[in-house]
Design a protein around this ligand. Structure first.
Ligand code: KG4
Ligand code: ZN
Length: 365
């Protein structure tokens, strides 16, 4: 009996020692799908332990939009120095890393190739696994970086510069697209309207800023497709309506600043109302009560406020990431990559990027 007790005691000590030895997984995230070089390190035990972002806005501003070739060239200049900076600031050396996650698509192919080549090559040199991450999965999981993350299942509204999608999410990689934009993405519509109003690139945050000085209801733009059944979106008609209104109210090609602010407000109201109606419909359709919003447009204050109210009416809950994790960043890629690496996924040595890539084709983990 005594020998058995000693044996049990020793066995539990061995288990404690084994757990104590269990190393957390430190994953470097590299985001280069468009015009931001985003780098971060996510630790599976401690959360985010380092991050850095370099925005190319100044480079593309004078052209009024992203020039893909200039984007790739600048990612080449910035990626390695930013990795070095982030590792240095977090007190890590390259050999502390256990895996590398890079955005493999969707996005600009040349820009994606920079992050993929750097990430894959570093992983090969360090003899650690590398994983190509779906950019929109990164966005979708960004609210998980917050201290109060949502539980699965939920409905996700993904609103970025390239995508507007409503997705039923049952777990990581368990995605069902419920609806999407048939033409422009919500962010793209914001950017185009910004350009029409003569605002600097990117239009989204600038239109939102101008709208705060606008008077509501002066211009009531159409809420596209809300009277049709289904969960798809279309923003091109709204964009045309804004263009016509600007033309009607311009004198010698100039628009009064208050009129411009009223148009920005009317446009933002129309986009937010449309997104809100479709989100409510998606929650009803799925029978779920948790909504998350992600992607650049989810940083929009009015969208957050209106959706908060919409979800509160049905006793549901709304989750979103802090603004710096709504727009492109390395943290969401490090987080998503870490989850997939922990599940045993990794890519082989060939470097593959996908400018177009369906969320629904991802493997469940
Ligand atoms: O997710 P993101 O950084 O990049 C893509 O994956 O596309 O999203 C960028 C988009 C741009 O269209 C930008 O104008 C828009 O998000 N955006 C906003 C706001 N902040 C960024 N749109 C409306 N209101 C904002 N506050
Ligand atoms: Zn994005």
């Amino acid at each position: 009996m005594r020998i058995w007790d000693i044996y049990k005691f020793l066995a539990s000590l061995a288990l404690i020692a084994m757990l104590a030895r269990r190393e957390s997984l430190k994953v470097l995230g590299i985001e280069t799908s468009c015009d931001e070089t985003g780098i971060a390190v996510y630790d599976s035990d401690r959360g985010l332990i380092g991050e850095g972002l370099y925005s190319q806005v100044e480079i593309h501003e004078k052209f009024g939009g992203v020039i893909p070739e200039l984007a790739s060239r600048d990612h080449i200049r910035k990626t390695l120095p930013l990795i070095n900076q982030v590792l240095g600031e977090s007190g890590l050396s390259k050999t502390d890393l256990d895996g590398i996650a890079y955005t493999a698509g969707p996005g600009l192919v040349g820009a994606l190739l920079v992050g993929a080549s750097v990430g894959r090559s570093m992983a090969m040199g360090l003899e650690i696994p590398a994983i190509g991450v779906h950019h929109m999965e990164g966005h979708l999981l960004a609210p998980m970086l917050e201290s109060d993350p949502p539980d699965f299942p939920f409905v996700a509204l993904l609103v970025s510069g390239g995508h507007t999608q409503l997705v039923k999410v049952d777990g990581i990689g368990k995605y069902e697209i419920l609806g999407e934009s048939l033409d422009d993405a919500a962010g793209e519509a914001f950017d185009k309207v910004g350009k029409m109003l003569g605002l600097p690139y990117p239009g989204g945050p600038n239109v939102a800023r101008l709208a705060t000085r606008g008077v509501g209801e002066v211009f009531k733009f159409p809420r596209p497709m809300v009277n049709r059944p289904g969960l798809d979106f279309s923003f091109s008609g709204l964009k045309t309506s804004v263009r016509n209104t600007i033309a009607e109210h311009s004198i010698d090609g100039n628009l009064d600043t208050q009129v411009a602010a009223n148009i920005a407000k009317g446009f933002e109201d129309a986009v937010v109302a449309t997104l809100s109606i479709k989100c409510k419909r998606a929650l009803e359709y799925t029978g779920l009560s948790t909504l998350i919003i992600a992607g650049g447009v989810s940083a929009n204050v009015q969208l957050r406020e209106v959706l908060d109210a919409t979800v509160a009416k049905i006793q549901g809950s709304l989750f979103y990431a802090q603004p710096k994790y709504c727009t492109d960043n390395g943290a969401m890629i490090a987080y998503a990559g870490c989850q997939r690496l922990m599940a045993g996924e990794k890519n082989d040595l060939s470097i593959e990027v996908r400018p177009r890539w369906s969320l629904e084709s991802l493997a469940a983990i």
